[in-house]
Design a protein around this ligand. Structure first.
Ligand code: SIN
Length: 558
């Protein structure tokens, strides 16, 4: 079945370096995790360069609606947050990582407030808390009603402005520089011109590179993530020798505004917090669909709600279900969810007066660079924080609003680790970078996205995954010069290849991964699937016992 999958991961034909500079740490990406890492490192006097392919703050964080999960309520306890996260994660969470997350989350929220974040407050002056799917208590902190990510981003961007961090916008990280001993000692980067051409390539040498590049939602034709979420950091890390895990665990948000078949690009999200405030999912006849499917009904963990909707659509032949928020009232909706109300109305739907059409859509990618919550990967000098990392916090299905919280907690831990560990003196010299061929032509992206959406969605079949594998194997190779679109297409192809490999190998259903031919969750599959490449670029896949994430014993699944 996997025979037609490309076994050699495409590499980039790197432009020659026209400059070389040295710093302490390079941070790639400028969502919450990257911004917080840079801020914390600068606070301890380290020289930091932030590289971002768009503008500062352009990451996925700024689109987040719901908020940040943390134990702040009088009736709450970190043990409950721990339990809820483990239950949602469907057996693939790393319990120690989750415990660290839930324990440190309140301090991360307090730091945000100290930095000036304008959180929505309860009458007693403490952060107002709401609930989302899978949470047993109200513990979602929010801002601007449904503009939580935008406020986090504003806060961190403003804090960074005075912190002495150098920011290279419109600059793409191409590949890691590695020393003779294999450690990462910097990055080959290039400026991105308005037309996407790469100019002014050069080397940033550093003791450490922290990837905070976000996820790979754009491997799908349509997703809630922004256009830049193409998995560049995962592909770069793979080429640098790191392991990538849980790539098959793509979380589908149950309530993405449905705007007809064939929608592409970034979609309109309708926050789970709308259900947290009382909205319900109904079918075309107004009948509720979640009671009976799960004890938490509309607030079941996200994978359960999306799978229930998918089953309903398959059984009825309908294209979408509906979110009925009319019971919340126009005034409440306008106050609590102003952005969602405006986006729905702009698309021709009014949640205040009618149930709006929704369907599951690719939203968050639980897979990433295998790392601990301090950001350590298996490659010395390379760190990963936030959505690009697979720390075991999310397991097979992320608990709602744990992601920005994880980004902030991991960023602070990673910065503390680096501050304590960075060696004195200059970084080791990089060995010459190899020139390569085989990058993917951006023209491949439409076919890859269409096939990924069709065959690696909420429900998967071996036949469909084989079709996806065929699409990937047939992807045209780049013939012209490397540009940003080709860097992104190569990353999309790489992550889609890992996703397909893992989804074919994992013969069970668990969390975000559901196979029609293997509907049960099977104890022998309570393992991660981790991928790396060998010295010739060949893909190797192994199973990783949950307690042994940093070992590298090859068990040869692929
Ligand atoms: C939402 O607001 O429903 C999304 C929150 C999240 O993905 O954690």
């Amino acid at each position: 079945m996997t025979a037609s999958l490309a076994r050699v991961v495409p590499a980039l034909p790197l432009p020659a370096a026209g400059f070389e500079r040295t710093t302490d740490v390079v941070v790639v990406g400028s969502g919450a995790a990257g911004l917080m890492t840079a801020l914390a490192l600068a606070g301890s006097g380290r020289r930091v360069v932030v590289v971002t392919k768009g503008a500062l703050g352009d990451g996925s964080t700024r689109w987040a609606q719901g908020g940040l999960a943390a134990v702040l309520g009088n009736d709450d306890d970190v043990a409950l947050h721990l339990d809820d996260t483990l239950v949602a994660g469907a057996g693939l969470c790393d319990e120690d990582a989750v415990r660290a997350l839930v324990t440190e989350a309140p301090a991360a929220i307090a730091l945000l407030r100290d930095l000036g974040a304008r959180l929505d407050l309860a009458p007693d002056g403490r952060p107002a808390l709401t609930r989302e799917g899978g949470h047993s208590r109200d513990r979602i902190v929010h801002a601007g009603g449904d503009a939580s990510g935008a406020e986090v981003t504003r806060t961190l961007v403003e804090a960074l402005a005075g912190a002495g961090v150098e920011v290279l916008e419109r600059t793409v990280a191409l590949d890691a520089l590695r020393s003779a001993r294999g450690e990462v000692v910097g990055l080959r980067v290039a400026r991105v011109a308005d037309d996407g051409a790469l100019t002014d390539a050069g080397d940033l040498r550093a003791h450490a590179v922290v990837l905070a590049t976000g996820g790979y939602g754009q491997a799908y034709a349509a997703a809630t993530s922004p256009a830049g979420a193409t998995g560049d950091g995962l592909a770069l890390a793979l080429r640098a020798g790191a392991e990538i895990a849980d790539v098959e665990m793509v979380q589908f948000h149950p309530t993405v505004l449905w705007q007809g078949p064939g929608a592409t690009g970034q979609q309109v999200l309708i926050s789970e917090a709308v259900r947290g405030e009382g909205a319900v999912l109904v079918d075309g006849g107004g009948r509720r669909i979640m009671p009976g499917a799960h004890p938490l009904a509309d607030l079941a963990p996200r994978d359960v709600v999306s799978a229930t909707i998918a089953a309903h659509l398959a059984a009825t032949g309908e294209d979408c279900v509906h979110l009925d928020a009319t019971g919340l009232g126009a005034d409440f909706l306008a106050r609590r969810f102003p952005g969602i109300l405006a986006a729905c109305r702009a698309a021709g739907f009014d949640p205040a007066t009618e149930p709006v059409p929704v369907a599951p859509g690719a939203h968050y990618t639980c897979g990433g660079v295998l790392a601990d919550l301090d950001g350590r990967t298996g490659v010395a000098g390379l760190y990963a924080v936030g959505e690009v990392a697979c720390t075991g916090v999310h397991g097979a299905n992320r608990l709602a609003s744990n992601s920005i919280t994880e980004g902030l907690v991991a960023a602070r831990r990673c910065a503390a680790l680096l501050d304590a560990d960075l060696p004195a003196g200059a970084p080791a010299a990089p060995r010459p970078v190899a020139t390569a061929t085989g990058a993917i032509d951006p023209a491949a992206c439409t076919a890859i996205g269409t096939a990924t959406s069709r065959y690696a969605g909420v429900v998967r079949t071996p036949g469909g995954l084989a079709e996806l594998a065929g699409t990937l194997a047939a992807a045209p190779r780049l013939t012209g010069p490397l540009d940003l679109a080709a860097v992104e297409a190569t990353a999309v192809h790489t992550v889609a290849t890992l996703l397909t490999t893992a989804a074919l190998a994992r013969r069970e259903s668990r969390g975000c991964h559901r196979r029609t031919d293997a509907p049960a969750t099977r104890p022998e599959w309570q393992v991660r699937l981790a991928h790396r490449i060998d010295g010739t670029g060949h893909l190797l896949t192994r199973t990783v016992p949950l307690a042994a994430q940093t070992t590298d014993q090859d068990q040869g699944v692929a």
